[in-house]
Design a binder for this molecule. Structure first.
Ligand SMILES: [Zn+2]
Ligand SMILES: [Zn+2]
Ligand SMILES: [Zn+2]
Length: 313
């Protein structure tokens, strides 16, 4: 019988330990990958792939364990004998490092049956199974990847990182956080920057942005096509347009795609350079000091405010 989940201090401690260790393996895997692989469209080094798969899989296994403890208590990851013990006994076994946990297969099925992470699809559970297999083969009998794997898995490991590991790590604690905000925070800025220049990662983020937003533009900060207009957020570098203003583009017809800086625009004769994040065309934006209406003075001449006259007055 599994006791009702009450938060005890040692469970919170165990949760924190597992979560933090999951980040340690994640960081280790990413660091090695971006340092040793240039991200070109070629094969990944065999041993580097084996090490990255293993780090990422261990990270996921720890993250899943942490998640189960956080949601339903530590007993849900223990073997049937230890589940029945009282809090004090479990706590002392934890301290002595003598807790016996269920195997990963059982834990994975547990989070699947409880539907902890709604957006983890059946396909993504299949990917977990694939990586579980790689890891087991590597650990138990030096796994040999074939040449096709060395190409495909270079992209698949990044997919795994973003679509599986992040979803588990972000599931509760950082629900409102975006993957790249979470990464910048947990990896630290220098490593996050290197990852932002790793092409398979950029490729995956471009896809994620397209999946989540109708309009995806080029980001003015990192230059990747990863800026989601719907969410006002760049999937690679976390840029948002909060401090800027946007108008429609007369060249490509995109809505609210021309960005300009309107801070202190009145000191600049109410004009500022604007750039379309969709088609890359630039122009001069005039922002009427009376009504706030703004337009590109190089493309619009009629029915607009001018320096001398506000049409809305
Ligand atoms: Zn960016
Ligand atoms: Zn445009
Ligand atoms: Zn006006």
């Amino acid at each position: 019988m599994i006791k009702n989940w009450t938060k005890t201090e040692f469970e919170q401690e165990a949760y924190k330990m597992l979560y933090n260790n999951s980040i340690v393996f994640l960081k280790d895997g990413i660091e090695r990958l971006v340092n040793k692989d240039r991200g070109d469209e070629d094969l990944i080094d065999h041993d580097l792939l084996a090490l990255t798969c293993t780090s990422f899989q261990i990270s996921l296994e720890l993250a899943i364990k942490a998640l189960i403890i956080e949601r339903d208590g530590i007993r849900c990851i223990l073997n049937s004998k230890q589940q029945k013990l009282g809090d004090e006994e479990i706590e002392s076994l934890l301290k002595e490092n003598k807790l016996n946990t269920l195997d990963f297969e059982a834990q994975k099925n547990f989070i699947k049956s409880k539907n902890y992470i709604q957006d983890l699809s059946r396909d993504e559970f299949n990917v977990i199974e694939e990586f579980q297999l790689y890891r087991n083969r590597i650990v138990h009998f030096s796994f040999k990847f074939c040449e096709g794997d060395l190409f495909d898995l270079k992209y698949d490991i990044i997919y795994y990182l973003i679509h599986v590991i992040f979803k588990v790590l972000l599931s509760r604690k950082h629900q409102d956080e975006k993957p790249s905000e979470f990464l910048e925070y947990s990896l630290g800025s220098p490593l996050h920057k290197r990852l932002m220049h790793y092409p398979p990662y950029v490729y995956a983020m471009e896809k994620l942005a397209r999946d989540n937003s109708d309009q995806v533009f080029k980001c003015i900060v990192c230059n990747n096509r990863t800026f989601s207009q719907d969410e006002d957020y760049c999937y690679c570098c976390n840029f948002s347009t909060e401090l800027y203003s946007m108008i429609d583009c007369d060249y490509c017809g995109a809505k609210r795609s021309v960005i300009y800086d309107n801070l202190d625009i009145e000191l600049n004769n109410n004009e500022m350079k604007g750039l379309c994040l969709n088609c890359d065309n630039d122009g001069i934006v005039f922002q009427c000091p009376k009504c706030g209406e703004a337009h590109n003075i190089e493309t619009r001449f009629e029915s607009v405010c001018t320096h001398n006259k506000c049409i809305n007055e």
